[in-house]
Design a protein around this ligand. Structure first.
Ligand code: AMP
Ligand code: MG
Length: 359
């Protein structure tokens, strides 16, 4: 385990003018240049950043998180001119995507240059790159003057952090600092899209939807490993790990509303009989029913069924609340795999370790 270091916390108002010259950003950027790791907000989740051109610096990310070294990191750039430092070639199909979605939650897999630290790409010949759509992230990267490699700023296996408090809970004493810019917006990680193949392939669903990308470049395929019951190994190394998981045992229940309610009631009754503390991950529409039923010890609502972006935004925070309450058994509703529903369902399946029941 890494020895304890003092973790600075800088609170920054993201709406101030000249962010790049404010002392907190200047301090944080200096630490990045010195080879330290600093957590910062992006529009998706908080990232844990280090100089992407330095193996020494990037190694500290892996040890702070306890991340397996075969899981590559995404490199974040602050301006398009930094792209040539890390990408050897930009395939033509990537250009309209960059124009449409950067800055934003879309990571493109591109052929890498030799300058990228080899630990960043876990030995692959490609690198994942994106430009985040958050004023603090952009100011930090521009002030640091180097591309920043950053996975989510959580201990490996835990739900990704959507507030500076989540980062502090996981990494205090293990990293040099945390830039606190409030809650993140999108709430789930970026979409990872391989643009070295034709048609481009989604390796991880995320903040930019399949439908949005198809509107820009036409046909987009999904890594077959995502199809229900697929036996294939995901092409994105990170997708094979249990991830985003709360400490309690979580089950997803799919099907028609009434059948889902009945099945969830049965599961909860059984868990209670075994003396376990129980929870339901519900939505604004269903939480009142579960509270009235008193079938579980805690009921947390995660956005609205009619607004899957609101579910994405709140999902990780709600998973952490089950841990805060020491819930041992969690039953969750499921969502249609369309639009943001694709990313939401992918994270829920990971959180549940694949435990899904058809009611
Ligand atoms: P995280 O940094 O925790 O958001 O995870 C980054 C995700 O991007 C993981 O699922 C990685 O496996 C994936 N990724 C990063 N770089 C590559 C790459 N060169 N090829 C395929 N997947 C990648
Ligand atoms: Mg992560």
């Amino acid at each position: 385990m890494t020895s304890q270091i003092e973790t600075k916390v800088w609170i920054v108002d993201k709406d101030v003018e000249n962010l790049q010259s404010c002392t907190q950003i200047v301090d944080a950027a200096r630490l990045i240049r010195q080879g330290e790791v600093v957590a910062f907000p992006t529009e998706t989740v908080y990232g844990l950043g280090a100089n992407a051109l330095s193996d020494n610096a990037v190694e500290k990310i892996f040890s702070a998180k306890g991340r397996p070294s075969d899981n590559p990191l995404i490199v974040h750039i602050g301006e398009l001119s930094q792209l040539e430092m890390i990408a050897r070639e930009i395939p033509e199909r990537a250009v309209p995507l960059i124009e449409a979605f950067w800055p934003g939650p879309l990571t493109l897999i591109l052929p890498k240059t030799d300058r990228v630290a080899s630990l960043v790409t876990a030995g692959l010949d490609t690198v994942g790159v994106r430009m985040p759509d958050h004023p603090l992230a952009l100011a930090l990267i521009r002030e640091a003057g180097v591309p920043i490699a950053a996975p989510s700023a959580n201990r490996s296996g835990r739900p990704s952090p959507t507030t500076a408090g989540h980062v502090h809970a996981d990494l205090n004493g293990r990293i040099a600092g945390i830039l606190d810019g409030g809650s993140t917006g999108v709430g789930v990680e970026s979409t990872v899209l391989d643009v070295t193949v034709e048609p481009a392939m989604i390796l991880r669903p995320g903040g930019v939807t399949l439908e949005e990308m198809e509107a820009v470049i036409g046909d987009v395929q999904l890594d077959p490993a995502f199809l229900v019951g697929a036996a294939e190994t995901p092409r994105s190394p990170g997708m094979k790990y249990t991830h985003y998981a709360p400490q309690g045992e979580m089950w997803l229940v799919a099907g028609e509303d009434d059948a889902v309610r009945k099945k969830i009631r049965e599961l909860l009754a059984d868990a209670r009989q075994h003396g376990r503390k129980t929870g339901v991950l519900a939505t604004e529409e269903t939480a009142p029913y579960w509270r009235e039923q008193a079938a579980a010890d805690v009921v947390f609502s995660c956005g609205s069924r009619y607004d899957l972006a609101s579910v994405a935004q709140q999902l990780y925070g709600v998973l952490r609340r089950f841990d805060d309450e020491h819930v041992q058994f969690i039953a969750a509703e499921t969502f249609p795999r369309k639009g943001m529903g694709m990313a939401v369902m992918n994270r829920l399946e990971k959180a549940a370790g694949g435990r899904i029941i058809r009611a």
